[in-house]
Design a protein. Structure first.
Length: 168
């Protein structure tokens, strides 16, 4: 659970771009079709008794349950990996598997450099990329395949400017 400081407001919650999840779902879809193709070949084969077909269907159903579990883990990893950008800090929540989560945060005033990387042509068309933030500490924070990277950079830079600005 993330607790906000007094007068701190959430500006953005950033998840990975849908294309990062889509590539994993393509793999799952191909793996889901494999038992149907296999069962189609087996049902047309002669000389296989009904008891063997029952065992094959049993293993196919177990295989499908495992693939659905893997798809759920892919979705959970995609949905629960996020960055929360507030007026005071940036919070990085990284989900590792079912029960392990790593949460890091840094204050906006510790930001030294923000690097935006658009890795290839598809990323240019779909407007996503990688964002790396170097802080005054030893660690740099990176989020990959994030949509609207320039908007995120601008939001963080605006907060840095507001904190650095000392009014009259």
């Amino acid at each position: 659970m993330i607790t906000l400081y007094p007068n701190e407001k959430i500006l953005m919650v950033v998840h990975k771009h849908w294309i990062a999840f889509f590539s994993k779902i393509i793999i799952v879809a191909i793996l889901l079709m494999a038992p149907a193709v296999f069962l189609g070949f087996i049902s047309n084969a002669n000389g296989i008794n009904s008891e063997t077909i029952i065992y094959i269907k049993f293993f196919a159903i177990n295989y499908l349950m495992i693939i659905i579990l893997v798809a759920f883990l892919f979705w959970m990893d995609h949905y629960l990996d996020l960055w929360i950008i507030t007026t005071e800090r940036v919070i990085d929540v990284e989900q590792h598997g079912l029960f392990r989560r790593e949460t890091s945060e840094f204050s906006v005033d510790k930001v030294q450099d923000i690097t935006v990387e658009v890795p290839h042509m598809l990323a240019t068309f779909l407007k996503y990329g990688n964002l790396r933030i170097q802080t005054a500490g030893e660690r740099s924070f990176t989020i990959k395949d994030v949509p609207n990277i320039y908007e995120i950079k601008k939001t963080i830079m605006d907060q840095i400017t507001k904190r650095d600005y000392v009014g009259p």
